[in-house]
Write a protein that binds this ligand. Structure first.
Ligand code: NAP
Length: 259
């Protein structure tokens, strides 16, 4: 299927690795020029070169922290009028409610709620005036059912979901959509990092915990970044203009609240 977005331009935040990279690769394969960001310049430039070599599209790497005003400014300077925006950043750390300070909460909200809202605000009205726009927020399946240990993430991501739910409807008459993809367990550095912490905390081997987590997914495996990217690319396609304000779970059938 031709997704009908060849020649469009996308900002893909937090895209040197993992789910963000999966989205950037999938869009680039459809002929979309991509502006990708991450804090670490080395991995970002390597990813940019990899995508360029495979797809031939224009790839602009912007090394910045997307959760800061300066970072977002740099990103928008490189691409003031994107047709597609994919919001993403690192997730907040695990922990227990009693140990979180107000600063921990402020940081989580800044990272996973305010930053995407700021980028949406800066781009959505231009998209509406041009008559095409696709915005995706990478959130978490914790929006549907809380994940124990990830209270900061549960709160901030549900906040973002509510914050853009009305805008997603208002924008749709101008062929601009806003949707959220809610990943369950995907095979990325983030997942391997949380497995490492679980293994350390329980004194077990990484491989044991990794396999146990995998067995807990009804699909019997973790998701892949290319599956995630393919879903994102379709939601950004010319065919998806009637899909807005949705929370699309990709979790291999996982039971609520497990990760
Ligand atoms: P990942 O493999 O660790 O990749 C994260 C990417 O984001 C890297 O390119 C990283 O590069 C970049 N990044 C992180 N913080 C950034 C920032 N402040 N500004 C710019 N770039 C930033 O993580 P992932 O698994 O793809 O996860 C992406 C998001 O999905 C996270 O919020 C995560 O919590 C959420 N999620 C993931 C899963 C899963 O199973 N993987 C499940 C549910 C939710 P630098 O470090 O160089 O900046």
């Amino acid at each position: 299927m031709d997704l009908g977005i060849k020649g469009r331009t996308a900002i893909v935040c937090a895209a040197s690795k993992g789910l963000g990279k999966g989205c950037a690769v999938a869009l680039a394969r459809e002929g979309v020029d991509v502006v990708i960001s991450a804090r670490g310049a080395e991995a970002l430039h390597a990813t940019a070169e990899e995508i360029r070599r495979e797809t031939g599209v224009r790839v602009t790497p912007v090394a910045c922290d997307v959760t800061t005003d300066d970072g977002r400014k740099a990103l928008l300077a490189a691409c003031p009028n994107p047709d597609i925006l994919i919001n993403n950043a690192g997730g907040p750390p695990p922990g227990d409610f009693k140990d979180f300070s107000l600063d921990d909460w402020r940081r989580a909200v800044e990272w996973n709620m305010i930053s995407p809202i700021a980028l949406i605000h800066a781009t959505v009205y231009g998209m509406m005036s041009r008559g095409f726009g696709r915005i995706l927020n990478i959130t978490s399946f914790s929006v549907k059912a809380p994940i124990a240990n990830l209270e900061l993430s549960n709160g901030a991501r549900a906040g973002l979901t509510g914050a853009v739910a009305v805008l997603a409807r208002k924008a749709s008459a101008s062929n601009v959509t806003i949707n959220n993809i809610l990943p369950g367990p995907f095979e990325t550095d983030r997942l391997r990092g949380t497995t490492t912490k679980m293994a350390e905390a329980s004194g077990r081997a990484f491989d044991d915990v990794h396999k146990e987590r995998m067995r807990g997914v009804p699909a019997g495996r973790f998701g892949t970044t290319s599956e995630f990217g393919a879903m994102a690319a379709f939601l950004c396609s010319g065919h998806a203009g009637f899909v807005t304000g949705q929370n699309i779970v990709m979790d291999g059938g996982s039971y609520p609240g497990t990760l």
